[in-house]
Design a protein around this ligand. Structure first.
Ligand SMILES: [Zn+2]
Length: 310
C-alpha cells in the first residue's frame, strides 16, 4: 500500500506541471490575440484622412468600425500581423471630439471592443457663385449624375491590396487654382453641393500627369465630368482627372508618377479649359492638397514600421 502511493507521486507532479504549462500557454495565446488600435493622428481637419491600424489581428477575426463621420465602410488591408485602413473625414463633418469604436468579432461573437478618440477641428470653406447658361446646366441634372456614378462607383469598387504610390504625390498640373476643395457652390443662385476637388486652369492641350504610381480603373466620357481618368493607388486611395480634352491611357494600364495621362480640355460641365483633380478614399472625397504635403498619414508611421520590422 505504502509502496504503491510512492509510485503515484511522480504522476501527480507530472500532471500538475502539465496543467501549469497549459494554463501558461493559454494565457500567452490570450496575450497574442489582444489587438491594439492605433491612429496616425488624433487631431484632424474635415477633408483630411488618417491611417487606422489594428495589430495583431488573427485571420479568423473580423473587424467592424463605427464612427459618426464615416459615410462608407472602411476597407481593410492586411499589413504585417494586422490590418490597416485609410479613414476619411468627410468635409461636412462638424468640429468636435469623436469616438471611433472597433468591434473584433469571431464567429458572430464580439471578442474585443476597442475605442480611440479623434478630434476634428474647425475649417472654413469659401463660397463660390457661378452663373451658367441653361444649356450648360442641362449637363448637370440628377439623372446624368446617377448615370456617371454607376461608372465611377464600379471603378472604385475594389482597390489594390498593396500601396502602389511612392513618396509624395504631385499636382497633376501646374496652373492657377480657380476653385478650392470643399468650396460651397451656388450655381445661378441655387445651392449646388460642394466642390469635390481642385480646379486648375491651363490652356487646352496642356499635358496632365499622374499624381503618383497607380492603375487606370476608368478612362471614358462621363456626362458631368467629361473625359475622365480614375487611378487606383492601392489601399482604397484614388485620384481622378476630369474635363480632359484627350485621354491617353486605357483601363488596366499601370502608370507611373508624372506620366502623361491626357490633356487639359473643357468636356462635360465646364465653363473653360481646366482640370478638375480629385482624390478620394473609396468614394469619399478628400483634399488633394493634403496628399501633396508631408503630413500624409503614412509618412512618419511607415518609417517607424519599417524600423520595427527590420
Ligand atoms: Zn471642379
Amino acid at each position: 500500500m505504502r509502496r504503491r502511493s510512492m509510485d503515484v507521486w511522480p504522476v501527480w507532479i507530472a500532471l500538475l506541471v502539465g496543467a501549469v504549462l497549459v494554463l501558461y500557454a493559454l494565457d500567452l495565446g490570450e496575450n497574442e490575440l489582444q489587438p491594439k488600435i492605433t491612429l496616425s493622428a488624433d487631431h484632424i481637419r474635415p477633408g483630411e484622412f488618417f491611417l487606422l491600424q489594428v495589430d495583431p489581428l488573427a485571420s479568423d477575426l473580423s473587424l467592424q468600425i463605427a464612427c459618426p463621420f464615416l459615410d462608407e465602410e472602411p476597407r481593410f488591408f492586411r499589413y504585417g500581423q494586422g490590418v490597416v485602413a485609410l479613414i476619411p473625414v468627410d468635409y461636412r463633418t462638424r468640429p468636435g471630439d469623436y469616438g471611433l469604436e472597433a468591434e473584433i468579432v469571431r464567429g458572430g461573437q464580439i471578442v474585443h471592443r476597442l475605442e480611440q478618440g479623434v478630434t476634428v477641428s474647425a475649417r472654413d470653406f469659401a463660397i463660390q457663385k457661378l452663373y451658367v447658361s441653361a444649356e450648360l446646366l442641362s449637363h448637370r441634372d440628377e439623372t446624368m449624375w446617377a448615370e456617371d456614378r454607376v461608372h465611377t462607383d464600379a471603378a472604385r469598387a475594389r482597390s489594390n491590396s498593396d500601396p502602389l504610390w511612392e513618396g509624395l504625390f504631385q499636382p497633376a498640373l501646374t496652373g492657377r487654382i480657380t476653385t478650392q476643395f470643399g468650396q460651397i457652390r451656388l450655381i445661378n443662385d441655387q445651392e449646388s453641393g460642394r466642390h469635390s476637388g481642385l480646379d486648375i486652369a491651363a490652356p487646352r492641350g496642356t499635358e496632365v500627369a499622374a499624381s503618383n504610381n497607380g492603375e487606370v480603373v476608368l478612362a471614358r466620357f462621363l456626362h458631368v465630368t467629361g473625359n475622365t481618368v480614375i487611378l487606383d493607388h492601392g489601399w482604397n486611395l484614388f485620384s481622378s482627372y476630369s474635363h480632359l480634352d484627350r485621354i491617353e491611357v486605357r483601363v488596366g494600364q499601370a502608370v507611373v508618377k508624372d506620366q502623361t495621362i491626357g490633356t487639359v480640355g473643357s468636356t462635360g460641365f465646364s465653363t473653360g479649359p481646366h482640370l478638375h483633380w480629385a482624390v478620394s478614399i473609396g468614394t469619399t472625397f478628400v483634399d488633394p492638397e493634403f496628399v501633396l504635403g508631408e503630413a500624409l498619414p503614412w509618412s512618419s508611421w511607415m518609417e517607424q514600421e519599417d524600423v520595427a520590422q527590420r
